[in-house]
Design a protein around this ligand. Structure first.
Ligand code: GDP
Ligand code: CA
Length: 324
């Protein structure tokens, strides 16, 4: 069954794979799902942010995507469930714990369910499928890997901390030397990931952080190779608009990855897998520099203030996947 407007579906390619981080990806995906049927969409989600805290396995990016696409997200924060309470965290704090990672009560329940499934022998893919079903998520959501990985941030003083500790715990205050995906070497793409890429007719890279959302997906051995081998064209959207991230910490992490904080820098980090890149209207003067990287360029409104904005942006990117 197709949803949305039939006229929109007619011209755009089906069987679409979207590489996704958290908030930027979720907002973009809302637009993608306005213009193509959810049955045709496979989302490959970043699990570099995953970690264990308070006894549970947290998958921040998978949950942000799930909550956003099922209308359950706390819109203001961009993560967590709308209307969630914080009794568990309040109680931990009252007992004197430094409960620095925010997790609402119902959100905690989702993470606890995931943890129990994993403890009972389920893979992260299995657990993700069950949680997707519980929320009524229409497109298929696959974690990039079922293996235990974690994004690590090496600080200027040599300390090596998990991304969550850097970002949430220390509020991105420390200068960064480098970023890597811990456990990448022995990780494999989750079941279905390589097949989805190989059989896709269009591949989209969401306007997610190029280092800690997309870079980590590409760090799983086999995914980058699958993308370059796929006959489908790969089109991304710049998360950097006017020389700054729309939100988040990309400005702190891109220089550590050797890229300037511009749409060109974002394209540079992903150029080996990209065929085309969509940059914002305010960055029109950079179009030539992105083209010089060997990419097709589209200049469009990329600020997603509404779902309609996101849908229009998705259409631009999907149309680009058809050009040869
Ligand atoms: P996170 O894991 O929650 O940080 O989310 P992502 O990695 O998916 O997205 C973070 C990136 O999304 C940031 O670099 C933002 O600049 C970008 N972003 C957020 N909203 C928008 C938007 O409306 N337009 C564009 N072009 N980028 C956006
Ligand atoms: Ca994230």
């Amino acid at each position: 069954m197709k949803t949305g407007t039939a006229a929109d579906h007619d011209k755009l390619p089906a069987v679409i794979v979207v590489l996704a981080g958290g908030v930027g990806a979720a907002r973009y995906l809302r637009g993608v799902l306005r213009v193509v049927s959810p049955d045709d969409v496979t989302i490959i989600g970043n699990t570099g942010d995953d970690f264990r805290i308070y006894g549970v396995h947290v998958s921040p990016d998978l949950d942000i995507v799930t909550y956003t696409l099922t209308g359950r997200i706390d819109e203001e924060k961009g993560w967590g469930l709308a209307g969630d309470t914080t009794v568990l965290l309040d109680e931990m704090r009252a007992a004197g714990l430094n409960a620095w990672f925010h997790l609402g009560d119902r959100d905690f329940g989702v993470c606890l369910a995931r943890t129990e499934m994993l403890a009972a022998g389920a893979s992260l893919s299995d657990a993700t499928a069950r949680i997707s079903e519980r929320f009524g998520l229409a497109p298929r959501l696959l974690p990039m890997t079922d293996d235990e990985v974690g994004t690590r941030v090496v600080l200027a003083n040599g300390e090596d901390v998990h991304f969550q500790e850097y970002w949430v715990g220390r509020k991105a205050a420390d200068p960064v030397r480098s970023v890597y995906l811990g456990g990448a070497d022995t990780s494999r793409p989750a079941p279905g990931v390589v097949d989805a890429i190989a059989s896709a007719s269009a591949i989209l890279i969401a306007p997610s952080n190029p280092v800690v959302s997309i870079g980590t997906i590409l760090a799983v051995p086999g995914i980058r190779e699958a993308l370059t081998a796929s006959s489908a064209r790969v089109v991304g959207v710049s998360p950097i608009v006017g020389g700054a991230p729309v939100r988040g910490m990309a400005d702190k992490l891109m220089p550590a990855a050797g890229a300037p904080v511009t749409a060109v820098g974002a394209a540079l980090l992903l150029r080996d897998v990209l065929d085309g890149y969509v940059i914002d209207l305010v960055d029109e003067n950079l179009a030539g520099d992105v083209e010089a990287l060997g990419l097709d360029v589209a200049v469009a409104q990329t600020m997603m203030r509404t779902v309609e904005d996101a849908a229009a942006l998705a259409k631009v990117a999907l149309t680009m996947t058809e050009h040869r």
